[in-house]
Design a protein. Structure first.
Length: 318
């Protein structure tokens, strides 16, 4: 329940401002105010983890001789994947971003063949507008901090979930945090029709379009959340998930609507297949805790640390 409240607080922080300050989410003033309220939401996201680390350890931890990390700045940094190690952070980024780029090989090939890849890279790296700062810096940092660095270790140390459940279930909280976009999607749909937007038929179409759009976003963000949680638990550093999050925001949901008309469709289709197959084969070895942590897996990788508890459970089929 505490971790669900993280999702609630995160969304509420976006709407905490008085009604007179409300405007479209891309308005610079709205973005700036939301940066401030997100800082508060991220601070509150520490509460479940703090509660778990400051109470007696769960009996399963004691039986498996898995100790709680010390409730100190260094102890929190280690368990949240925030410790200062350039080598560890670099390997985390190389692993997590490399796998994400492999999975997106098809969309990357599409952009490259259309001559749009360079423009996309410049768009991400220029950071000239608040929208770019939100999409490629603040949102990845805030969401990975709250939903991965705070929620994942809290669930594990509280024994509210196994490693597998953290990977596949906790991202649903991340997906739920994007459902509020329904109102923005519906508003944008109706804005295209001006006064005619008052017609009940258009209102219905707008609702359907918003539901479909939000459902697709929920699926996409939950899938990424599962990957980011897996990468954090295995590699033990938040840098990789944050950079991969920025990359996925830059790429967006793969657009295959006009692919059948592309003059080099077969090249792109092969790239899609190679990317998906490559990701499936590489995701386990490329996130090896021993390599990503630099040989200190038992201390820095939650996946390795909880192996004594969750591996036997997996063997039993649980």
């Amino acid at each position: 329940m505490d971790c669900f409240l993280v999702s609630v607080c995160y969304v509420c922080s976006l709407y905490v401002w008085p009604a007179r300050f409300r405007a479209p989410r891309d308005a610079p003033a709205v973005i700036a105010r939301r940066f401030v309220s997100l800082a508060g939401a991220c601070t509150l996201a520490l509460a479940p983890l703090t509660r778990v680390l400051t109470r007696p350890p769960h009996p399963e931890l004691t039986a498996a001789r898995v100790s709680l990390p010390p409730f100190t700045p260094r102890g929190l940094a280690d368990v949240m994947g925030l410790h200062v190690s350039l080598a560890h952070a670099s390997r985390s980024v190389a692993s997590t971003l490399g796998l994400a780029a492999t999975l997106f090989l098809g969309p990357l090939a599409h952009l490259a063949l259309d001559g749009r890849l360079g423009h996309r890279v410049r768009e991400v790296t220029s950071l000239r507008t608040l929208i770019q700062w939100r999409n490629f810096v603040v949102a990845p940092l805030a969401e990975e901090f709250a939903f991965r660095a705070c929620v994942a270790p809290a669930l594990l140390y509280a024994r509210a979930a196994s490693r597998r459940a953290v990977v596949f279930a906790s991202p649903l909280l991340f997906g739920v945090a994007h459902v509020h976009h329904y109102f923005e999607v519906k508003r944008r749909f109706l804005d295209r029709y001006g006064e005619a937007a008052r017609l009940s038929e258009l209102q219905h179409r707008a609702s359907v379009a918003a539901i479909l759009g939000v459902a697709a976003q929920f699926a996409y963000t939950s899938a990424f959340g599962a990957y980011a949680a897996f990468a954090l638990l295995r590699g033990g550093h938040l840098a990789g998930p944050v950079v991969a999050h920025a990359f996925c925001n830059a790429m967006g949901f793969p657009d295959v609507s006009g692919l059948h008309l592309h003059p080099r469709r077969y090249v792109i289709e092969v790239a899609y297949v190679v990317g998906i197959v490559g990701f499936a084969f590489l995701v386990w070895p490329a996130t090896d805790p021993g390599w990503v942590t630099g040989g200190d897996a038992e201390a820095l990788s939650l996946w390795a640390k909880f192996d004594a508890i969750d591996a036997p459970r997996s063997t039993r089929g649980g």
